[in-house]
Design a protein around this ligand. Sequence first.
Ligand code: HEC
Ligand code: HEC
Ligand code: HEC
Ligand code: HEC
Length: 380
Amino acid sequence: MQLWIPFAAAAGTLLGIASFVGADWDAPPVETTQMGYRGTGMNVIKDVDKVEALKALNAVPEPLWEADPEGDRAGEIYENVQVLGDLSDDQFNLFMAAITEWVAPEEGCGYCHNLENLASDEVYTKVVSRRMIQMNQTINVDWEPHVGDVGVTCYTCHRGQAVPAYYWYDDQEPKPASASGRGGQNVVGQFVGKTSMPQNALAEYLLGDKEIRVHSLTALPDPANPNPAGTKETESTWALMMHMSEGLGVNCVTCHNSRAFNDWDQSPPQRVTAWHGIQMTRALNNDYMVGLTPVFPDNRKGPEGDVFKIGCSTCHQGVQKPLYGVSMLQNYVDALDKKGPTAVPDYSKYVPGETQTMAPDGPTNSSALPAKTTVAATQQ
Ligand code: HEC
Ligand code: HEC
Ligand code: HEC
Ligand code: HEC
């Protein structure tokens, strides 16, 4: 009688195994990178199939040609070249061809220019681009602690699109944001890793400079040195951390030893790079993006009327080093790895569609530009 029990158990086990294997329940192939010492569990685990897809998305375009640095300077040849005046004519042409491919490959030169009058600043995208060139130079020259020698080009963020795939803005939906004590959270926060954390946390840290660190350094409350952070602050920090992890396609242990999130000595070096990244992103938003608000049309602003802003994902796009660390800069060193003039025009005086020059002394209109200026505006 009892003799069949082991057989039944063995058959049951085999069936169980078969149902797992047969139902394709085997784990996907994964790639593991060890971040910290053995035994600390600091491993970043990635799905190999997804990594392959990301690699295809992050291939770098070939340079169009190698520009001759000799010859007359663009500033002497053209009328209204304010930032890139030191380039040779060939370098300038290469750069115009390259930004067309990086930002507006379908639309061509006309995306930023009135083709009848290339010197006029009447198309808003040209005014934005000039500021973007200054921003790009600042990133490569002043923010080396973050971007290293790899640096960035317009392609790092734009990838062949006028508006980069990843940005953030003031998100008050669903309204009213403070309804029934929701306090701007407890919805699927689109900029905070789809969590229910405070949905506008990025504004606190990547525009404002709120303290990110929340840890208490003593086991018991220390009246002499109270920790100002409560649960709310902690949630906001977490929201930022979710954005950073998602933006880079990594998990927390890429930058932390999870037994002591606060301790820099136990953190991988990536955390220091990330610290510089936070300072850089905040500066780019304040010094460049916000100032362009009067230039952008309404359809290029968020529902609350603010410009689209830069986050970690704007450059990283789900990859730990943007474009897998391949540098595109060497072909554009003179355009993007040196600082040209840094002065800014008064953008509140910008009139879309009117033949004009946006210069640091304020806009000059038609009379300052030569005969060709009668051409009608092509774009608002
Ligand atoms: C993404 C925007 C953008 C695109 C696309 C673009 N340009 Fe430009 N272009 C600019 C900006 C910005 C300047 C001014 C640069 C400066 O002030 O340093 C400029 C200036 C010029 C000038 C100098 C005009 C003058 O007399 O002052 C020429 C010529 C020019 N571009 C040609 C082209 C050509 C040809 C193409 C297409 C292959 C093109 N551009 C595509 C943004 C663009
Ligand atoms: C760090 C990321 C980043 C880099 C680098 C960058 N951009 Fe941008 N750019 C943005 C963001 C974000 C916007 C969207 C702003 C908005 O629409 O409110 C934008 C908008 C623009 C627009 C307006 C497009 C439109 O249709 O409204 C143009 C043109 C542009 N960038 C050109 C350039 C050029 C040229 C370069 C390189 C010199 C460059 N950008 C580099 C982030 C970047
Ligand atoms: C790309 C690197 C990076 C990733 C990924 C990351 N963090 Fe951070 N984290 C930082 C940096 C940098 C700081 C410190 C910021 C500062 O000092 O201004 C920080 C601070 C913190 C703090 C506050 C520490 C203190 O001293 O109070 C906590 C908590 C934290 N992170 C949790 C997390 C969690 C949870 C995750 C995963 C969801 C995560 N972090 C992912 C870089 C990272
Ligand atoms: C303007 C584009 C840009 C933005 C915005 C940006 N990064 Fe980076 N980041 C880079 C580049 C380029 C590198 C590669 C540098 C290198 O290889 O030396 C990098 C490298 C890093 C690294 C080092 C990765 C490694 O394994 O060594 C970390 C961590 C990082 N970024 C975190 C962040 C965080 C967090 C943010 C947002 C707060 C951010 N970055 C925003 C361009 C950017």
